[in-house]
Ligand binder design. Sequence first.
Ligand code: GGG
Length: 351
Amino acid sequence: MRTYDIAVIAGDGIGPEVVAAGKRVLDGAAHGFSLRWHDLDWSCARYQATGAMMPADGLAQLAPHDAIYLGAVGDPAVPDHVSLWGLLLPIRQAFQLYANVRPVRLLPGVPTVLSDTRPTDIDMVWIRENTEGEYAGVGGRLHQGGAGEVATQTSVFTRSGTERVVRYAFEVARSRPRKLLASCTKSNALRYTAVLWDDVVASVRTEHPEVRVEKYLVDALAARMVTHPETLDVVVASNLFADILTDLGGAIAGSLGMAPSANLDPTRQHPSLFEPVHGSAPDIAGKGIANPAGAIWAGAMMLEHLGEQDAARHVTHALEVALADPANHTPDLHGIARTDDVTRAIIAALA
Ligand code: GGG
């Protein structure tokens, strides 16, 4: 029997709750293979106890795994830039998880804030550049705390880094029926980095004449997601732009709690990482009401990446069946279901 070794970083807040739900569903879908979970306590609690979110050899510990399953990072007791740069961002950069794939899809029966919108109107795949750009981590603070303090944060866009994620996005666009790719830019104002981005999109598109390409300024694209979501299919965007707009995507697709994400190293030299888009939501942590759908959907993406296509399809189908019933909607979807109710309904739908 095939066995996959999965490193589990449940993390903070509602992370452990949604990851536990995801593990139950994925174990229920595992036929002909098994998942061997390796739980790691890397988190803000660990930071408070030891001064580090993960051990010094954390990346070396993760490297031999087939995949990484992550819940959420962040706690009010630890500054957010410390927790994010202590765990998630170093993993994305060190393992070159350059393609962050974020489906934005409205499932049947899930309520949306957009009026006159059918599920088929919201069906996008966002490809977020995940290793550089605005999140390169370059900058510094001078004269800290003084009246003359200066802070710089430099965006780093490399041609090779942009090319590889844009090329990946073209491939995803090509594989979908509409063969439509939107490039998110801001090259009217960002006359260096975003102009390089546009140049790369123009160059890579010559390799894919079958894909129709539209270019949108990020501000106009935000509006379009709300006014004409049906005109968007695959979207490629920089690290920050896609981070922001996929939260909007979660909101129009029912709730941020629904949104899954795969941080992929398409070369497969390193383990890819799968996580819900949402954060640790400390306000609802421990109450048993977190929506596990994003984490479970991310788990389905992990199964697909591992080559277990049938199991992945079963999980997404079970998710759709369960979420079609408002009785399985958690409070973020205006329901009264608890995390455990939704999880059990999804497991029942697997059968
Ligand atoms: N689910 C992972 C998580 O906690 N995300 C919160 C967050 O702020 N992530 C930043 C990012 O995705 O760049």
